[in-house]
Design a binder for this molecule. Sequence first.
Ligand code: FES
Length: 115
Amino acid sequence: MNWHKVADSLGEVEFGANNIAVVDLDGKNICLGKFKDALFAFAYKCPHAGGMLAEGFIDALGNIVCPLHRYKYNMENGRNTSGEGYYLKHWPVQIKEDGIFVGVEETGGLFGWLK
Ligand code: FES
Protein backbone atom coordinates (compact mmCIF):
# COMPACT_ATOMS: atom_id res chain seq x y z
CA MET A 1 0.00 0.00 0.00
CA ASN A 2 1.38 3.39 -0.99
CA TRP A 3 0.03 6.48 0.76
CA HIS A 4 -0.49 9.53 -1.41
CA LYS A 5 -1.01 12.98 0.03
CA VAL A 6 -4.18 14.65 -1.28
CA ALA A 7 -4.22 17.72 1.01
CA ASP A 8 -1.99 19.39 3.59
CA SER A 9 -4.76 19.42 6.19
CA LEU A 10 -8.46 18.78 6.57
CA GLY A 11 -9.08 22.53 6.73
CA GLU A 12 -7.60 22.91 3.27
CA VAL A 13 -10.17 20.54 1.69
CA GLU A 14 -13.13 22.39 0.22
CA PHE A 15 -16.19 20.36 1.12
CA GLY A 16 -19.51 21.23 -0.44
CA ALA A 17 -22.70 21.58 1.57
CA ASN A 18 -23.16 17.84 0.88
CA ASN A 19 -19.90 17.06 2.75
CA ILE A 20 -18.24 15.86 -0.44
CA ALA A 21 -15.02 17.29 -1.87
CA VAL A 22 -13.05 16.59 -5.02
CA VAL A 23 -9.30 16.19 -4.58
CA ASP A 24 -6.44 15.29 -6.84
CA LEU A 25 -4.86 11.87 -6.43
CA ASP A 26 -1.76 11.89 -8.62
CA GLY A 27 -3.44 13.79 -11.42
CA LYS A 28 -6.85 12.10 -11.21
CA ASN A 29 -9.94 13.40 -9.47
CA ILE A 30 -11.38 11.39 -6.61
CA CYS A 31 -14.01 12.26 -4.00
CA LEU A 32 -13.62 12.63 -0.26
CA GLY A 33 -16.78 12.21 1.78
CA LYS A 34 -17.23 13.24 5.42
CA PHE A 35 -19.64 11.29 7.57
CA LYS A 36 -19.81 11.36 11.37
CA ASP A 37 -16.22 12.63 11.79
CA ALA A 38 -14.86 9.93 9.49
CA LEU A 39 -13.39 10.57 6.08
CA PHE A 40 -13.79 8.27 3.05
CA ALA A 41 -12.18 8.29 -0.39
CA PHE A 42 -14.05 7.00 -3.41
CA ALA A 43 -14.25 7.27 -7.17
CA TYR A 44 -15.11 10.53 -8.92
CA LYS A 45 -17.64 8.86 -11.20
CA CYS A 46 -20.41 6.39 -10.48
CA PRO A 47 -19.64 2.85 -11.75
CA HIS A 48 -23.16 2.63 -13.23
CA ALA A 49 -23.13 5.30 -15.94
CA GLY A 50 -20.55 7.86 -14.87
CA GLY A 51 -22.66 10.13 -12.67
CA MET A 52 -20.67 12.81 -10.85
CA LEU A 53 -20.67 11.54 -7.30
CA ALA A 54 -19.49 14.90 -5.93
CA GLU A 55 -22.90 16.25 -6.98
CA GLY A 56 -24.75 13.52 -5.09
CA PHE A 57 -25.32 13.37 -1.38
CA ILE A 58 -24.53 11.27 1.67
CA ASP A 59 -27.61 9.69 3.23
CA ALA A 60 -28.35 9.13 6.93
CA LEU A 61 -26.66 5.71 6.83
CA GLY A 62 -23.43 6.97 5.30
CA ASN A 63 -24.09 5.89 1.72
CA ILE A 64 -23.06 8.08 -1.17
CA VAL A 65 -26.13 8.51 -3.38
CA CYS A 66 -25.46 9.10 -7.07
CA PRO A 67 -27.26 12.18 -8.46
CA LEU A 68 -28.14 10.47 -11.77
CA HIS A 69 -30.17 7.38 -10.88
CA ARG A 70 -29.86 7.42 -7.09
CA TYR A 71 -27.93 4.19 -6.74
CA LYS A 72 -26.33 4.02 -3.30
CA TYR A 73 -22.87 2.88 -2.28
CA ASN A 74 -21.31 2.29 1.10
CA MET A 75 -18.33 4.68 1.19
CA GLU A 76 -16.34 2.35 3.43
CA ASN A 77 -16.51 -0.91 1.44
CA GLY A 78 -17.85 0.14 -1.95
CA ARG A 79 -20.93 -2.10 -1.71
CA ASN A 80 -23.85 -1.09 -3.88
CA THR A 81 -26.35 -0.97 -1.03
CA SER A 82 -29.33 -0.23 -3.26
CA GLY A 83 -28.75 -3.67 -4.84
CA GLU A 84 -27.94 -3.14 -8.52
CA GLY A 85 -24.72 -5.14 -8.27
CA TYR A 86 -22.15 -2.44 -9.00
CA TYR A 87 -19.04 -1.79 -6.96
CA LEU A 88 -17.66 1.61 -6.06
CA LYS A 89 -13.90 1.95 -6.16
CA HIS A 90 -12.72 3.29 -2.82
CA TRP A 91 -9.50 3.74 -0.88
CA PRO A 92 -8.47 3.95 2.78
CA VAL A 93 -7.81 7.41 4.22
CA GLN A 94 -5.41 8.50 6.95
CA ILE A 95 -5.56 11.91 8.61
CA LYS A 96 -2.11 12.71 9.89
CA GLU A 97 -0.41 15.79 11.27
CA ASP A 98 1.31 16.47 7.98
CA GLY A 99 -1.68 15.87 5.73
CA ILE A 100 -4.52 13.76 4.42
CA PHE A 101 -3.32 10.55 2.77
CA VAL A 102 -5.10 8.06 0.52
CA GLY A 103 -3.78 4.49 0.35
CA VAL A 104 -3.35 2.87 -3.05
CA GLU A 105 -2.45 -0.73 -3.83
CA GLU A 106 0.20 -0.60 -6.50
CA THR A 107 -0.83 -3.43 -8.78
CA GLY A 108 -1.12 -3.72 -12.53
CA GLY A 109 1.25 -0.93 -13.51
CA LEU A 110 1.56 2.68 -12.54
CA PHE A 111 -2.01 3.72 -13.18
CA GLY A 112 -3.63 0.30 -13.38
CA TRP A 113 -5.50 1.01 -10.17
CA LEU A 114 -7.32 4.04 -11.51
CA LYS A 115 -9.61 3.52 -14.45
S1 FES B 1 -24.88 6.85 -13.06
FE1 FES B 1 -24.94 6.65 -10.91
S2 FES B 1 -26.74 5.61 -10.55
FE2 FES B 1 -26.67 5.70 -12.70
